[in-house]
Design a protein around this ligand. Sequence first.
Ligand code: NAD
Length: 227
Amino acid sequence: MKKIVILTGAGISAESGLKTFRDSDGLWEGYNIEDVATPEAWLRNPELVQDFYNMRRKAVLEARPNAAHYALASLEQKYDVTIITQNIDDLHERAGSTNVIHLHGIITRSQSSQNPSLTYPVEGWEIKMDEVCELGSPLRAHVVWFGEAVPMIDPAARICSKAELFILVGSSLAVYPAAGLVNYVPASVPKYIIDPKIPYIDQNRTFIKIEEKATVGVPVLVSELMN
Ligand code: NAD
């Protein structure tokens, strides 16, 4: 089966009601990222950071996958599909995709604040401040903060280098190292980008640009690929 690699960003979940990041002037749901999405923020004000991610988790649990998530899941009937997502929501999985790499973690799990490889499912929407991991350290959201290592980046780069068709959906390509993954896709491979505001791509590699919202552009491309 032909290998399709799809890199998704916050834009694919926008029409499920989860706000993107750059669209709101560098703020995330009204917060500066330095105040909620860095190790320093956690040291300074853990309650604020915990509350912020508890709210994001609540929103994710209330959201539903949209037509773009479902269309990508249907590609598995004909292709060997890997989705590499920057998103911390689980909408790809809930739409039926079975091979999803979360570069930046997943909000439905918690993580030890001492050892990031210790993760646990979150019961309900809230991690409470007195919850601890098996080492006795407080639990935080299982997400990669700015300034933290991205453990899945090497496997993701290897997968991109083996792609036979590549699709980018809903990412500003402003967050590294994720944005650099497009450079691992071989030059000869057909590449598509779906975004209502196509981001600048720093390379001569030709992307076929579909300047549409995800729920419009993705199902059209998928139906072409399924024919
Ligand atoms: P970004 O917010 O920086 O960029 C969003 C991109 O999506 C933009 O290019 C925008 O034009 C596009 N977009 C907006 N509406 C769209 C639509 N309806 N259909 C298709 N595209 C649309 O997102 P990013 O590049 O993923 O980087 C943001 C970082 O913040 C990520 O690392 C991610 O972890 C995090 N984040 C995650 C979520 C989520 O999990 N749903 C939401 C916000 C932020």
